[in-house]
Design a protein around this ligand. Sequence first.
Ligand code: SF4
Length: 847
Amino acid sequence: MTSIHTTCPYCGVGCGVIARATEDGWSIKGDPDHPANRGRLCVKGSALAETIALDGRLLHPMVGGARTDWGTALDRVADGFGAAIAEHGPDSVAFYVSGQLLTEDYYVANKLMKGFIGSANIDTNSRLCMSSTVAGHIRAFGSDTVPGCYDDIELADLVVLVGSNAAWCHPVIFQRLLAEKTRRPDLRIVVIDPRRTATAECADLHLAIRPGSDAVLFTGLLAYLKGEEAEVECGVALERVVTFFDWFASTEKVVTLWSQGINQSSSGTDKVDAIINCHLETGRIGRPGMGPLSLTGQPNAMGGREVGGLANMLAAHMGFDDGSIDRVGRFWGAPNMAAKPGLKAVDLFGAVADGRIKALWVMATNPAVSLPEADLVRKAIMTCPFVVVSDCEADTDTTRLAHVRLPALAWGEKDGTVTNSERRISRQRPFLPPPGEARADWRIISEVAGRMGFAGSFAYSSPADIFAEHCRLTAFENGGTRDLDLAGLIAADYRTLEPIQWPVRAPGEGTERLFGDGRFFHADGNARQVEIAPRPPALQPSPDFPLILNTGRSRDQWHTMTRTGRSPILAAHAPEPTLSVHPDDAARLGLADNGLARVSGIRSNGVFRVVLDGGQRPGEVFAPIHWTDRTASNAVVGGLMDAATDPVSGQPELKHAPVRVEPFTAAWHGVLLGRDSVGLPRDIYWARAAGRHHSVWRLAGETGEDWPSTARSWLGGDGEWIEFLDPHRGHYRAARLVDGRLEGVLFIFRWATDFSPDWVAQAFGHAAIDGDERATLVAGAPPGGDRGRDKTICSCFGVGLAAIRTAIRDHRLTSVAEIGTLLKAGTNCGSCVPELRVVLAEAVRHS
Ligand code: SF4
């Protein structure tokens, strides 16, 4: 076994990858035969091999903090859930699952809860990601159907991206779009986003609309398409709006892409339907090069939708109507069918907080960080009488709260299927053995089901068994009435299954597009244009909280960084939690570029590194979502967000929160490099990033310290110490060695600095430090070198901003291709190409 075809575990693009055994471990490359990416990978996919080490993994079952055997742990879970159900009924228990689960895992969890426990209290973190799209699809089409496919993006003459920074969040889709734009410059790109993102930098037209006014824009477009009068006040000059309307109206082949910027809103479902209305009005749907196309955030958000992982869906794209409940109950032979929808994520954790949920099982997700009002969610989980977490990671903000921890398989070990944003089912195949005692999620759930008395219905011996049952359910009494039909995969060879788009009604016959024939899944066969009355976000700025916080993803990190946070390559691009601020706001608020800011929301606060960004609208700031209490002292963005939800989808408004921003005035700043985890207090600022043989912590504090003794408490007391103290300038530098090997280094300054001790980082790779090298450890600068930190632009080749600017100036470079030829930047995964274009454009402006 030296070469395995599998699928990337990050975003909803669903790129195919090939894992190959090498002398040093594994290499990960894009699969040239996979239709989603045709060999491409973004930087996250390219760095997958850096994330598969076993450090930090949960390898054994744990009950009450102590290692135990599987039998004991599974008995404890079954007893805990059984006792709650017996005493308080089936609705007193809940599963909170994840778009990281494979379809087979999802299917078994959903079947246990909705058919055998008898409640629909199973919801997924996809609720936070794209449930507004599900609701919007169902209202418009009568089914949760993505009409088109990725090829449409390349076939279109106009591509509109709304609330989507695809350049960073769905990079391979964006690379495909840019490649087509290069080949066909007449292809127009419109980006609708309050921020001037890397995606917007590549657009022919960027509409920096007022946050939350997307539905105003698209209802205005609909009126324009119908020839009606429309008022379109969305914070953008009228002529730019009219240009967009003209382009949309006059171009037959239009694809509209959207993502969390639309979905994560208290009116997300309306926004989705406002977009779809324009495509229905023009008939531009389900035909080559045209249609509305939502980009899902997670690798298997779609698979979760398919099996019924959302609390308001039953199974196989069926809802809670009597006919569907009866049909699914007969198919499963289920004794306790849920009769009504369950609690959606925000309400589910509300029920945990008020004591209605007595037993909670969290699978492969981290709600203590990712949900809005995260501090309250954390407290709610702490008060829940019985909490089970199955995860591949030992120590997350949520596993810390569990009574029972169950070790699950991670990417590279899992075996199953996922579905990407274009309805394409692909196999995830294992190329690594199960580590420790870790088990597949479907197996863990099935064994608990068996202990709860349902062994006969959960006697699966492989994921192939489960997939076949899932396919049979989709086809059961379908007769063309339901969009999801996998009849043609029931007898497929699971081992060799090739990527294919559903519905698959006959063997080998996938479906690129739906609705091109004008037939939809409402009872009358027609689609619906949903009437939309746009409304603003739930909370508006106030004198106490005068700014709007927007949130999203960094280019090189994924969710709560449990995997991507292990990669030094990925850490280089943004090693700290940042807050992007318009320069005018920064000047008004007294914030310095690269200084620190305290952000206060209605319920919580956090400290972030300031990045001045002229692409922000004044009055609005932006922070990435990735940092947790494991990776930063206080930067959980979920805690700053309000739990207002969309009334139809239940999706929380994670893109819009009123906040106050003030300078965090530090008395000292520092950098710490350590081989092991160090015990840093929460009352200072710190953020941790992965290094090759160590971790790097960036530090700051409001009060001074006794540095020699503080260094020993942070780095460990024994061993040999090399120290330098300049009390007048407030500088302190120290290195700790044990048996000649470097164990930790601490640098303290009185002022903020972009100091980067790269030469010391290299010393962590040495078995022993010799005399000359010892002298450099606390020198404060590399031998004869520049000690400044250069912002990394190209993570693959470690090329920084200063080097790129110098090359453009000295060599008079005029294109990204020329930069690539000279520096290699942008020539591997291409994720940094949009940023290279920005640097190039700035250089031209300033030349
Ligand atoms: Fe993975 Fe990147 Fe492809 Fe998304 S675009 S699936 S993160 S390689």
